[in-house]
Write a protein that binds this ligand. Structure first.
Ligand SMILES: *[C@@H]1O[C@H](CO)[C@@H](O)[C@H](O)[C@H]1NC(C)=O
Ligand SMILES: *[C@@H]1O[C@H](CO)[C@@H](O)[C@H](O)[C@H]1NC(C)=O
Length: 245
């Protein structure tokens, strides 16, 4: 149903393009082609966060065994966004009460000393208000809970482990990481690295979904498989260098 309204809106946009806007939409063109699902490895996100400021610290589980949701982002091919599609409904922290345990486990805020809700409010305001035209995401709690379902189903840690890729000190071929994900889920992801010194670190794995929430090849929407500069190998950290977070 929401999908139909959405399509109708797109037709209006074409029909009345001389008016320069689609009537029900507030801030220009909020249409998108696919959903980019970003899940990061919490240890690497911590490394990134600490790298931003010496006084930053992290809030992490002792032995992470799952990738953590960063967000689910409606995206127009060839660009980023749309972003912040509407100012309503406003983020309501109480709406998340029924799924709080689950959120804290898998959509955790790694950034120590910062408010969990400010992270979730940011994701809702910037991305959820755009995703809500799709039925599985059409309320705040559904946006978060449906995305958590994707995190459980598309278990990156499990896919890597099945292929013999586990966190540690060794280097892994980026191609092997790609193969592990392809074998498990059958579609091309994007591997995203951050750098500590010259070393590439596995930071996140992005998956792409169409608007019916079917997994699709990220390559089919122009999302490249490797986002690790020119590196062929990376590390998948079990703990922070120095051991402290
Ligand atoms: C790092 O964090 C401290 C404490 O919050 C702050 O005073 C300082 O300005 C920050 N430094 C940078 C470079 O952002
Ligand atoms: C969240 O999702 C889980 C698993 O799909 C489901 O069992 C639960 O009822 C959902 N909770 C809410 C509040 O929608």
């Amino acid at each position: 149903m929401m999908e139909n309204i959405y399509c109708f809106c797109a037709i209006l946009l074409v029909t009345f393009s001389h008016l320069g806007r689609c009537v029900p939409v507030q801030n220009g063109d909020n249409s998108f082609d696919y959903l980019l699902f970003d899940q990061h490895w919490p240890i690497t996100e911590c490394l990134h966060w600490k790298g931003l400021n010496d006084s930053n610290y992290c809030s992490l589980p002792k032995e992470p065994n799952a990738f953590n949701v960063h967000g689910l982002w409606p995206t127009k091919t060839g660009t980023t966004g749309p972003h912040s599609c509407s100012s309503q409904p406003k983020f309501d922290r109480k709406a998340l009460d029924p799924i709080l345990t689950r959120l804290k486990q898998r959509w955790m805020n790694v950034h120590g000393g910062t408010d969990d809700y400010s992270f979730w409010a940011h994701e809702w305001n910037k991305h959820g208000t755009c995703a809500k035209v799709l039925e599985p995401f059409n309320t705040e709690v559904k946006y978060f809970n449906s995305t958590l379902d994707l995190n459980s189903f598309y278990d990156i840690y499990g896919a890597l482990t099945d292929y013999g890729i586990t966190p540690g000190d060794q280097f892994y071929a980026i191609d092997d990481i790609l193969t592990a994900i392809m074998r498990k889920f059958g579609k091309t992801p994007q591997i995203y690295c951050i750098f500590s010194g010259k070393q590439a670190q596995l930071h996140s794995v992005k998956l792409c979904f169409d608007k019916n929430i079917n997994l699709i090849d990220c390559s089919s929407v122009g999302v490249k498989a490797r986002n690790c500069e020119d590196r062929k190998t990376l590390r998948y950290l079990r703990k922070l260098p120095g051991g402290k977070w």
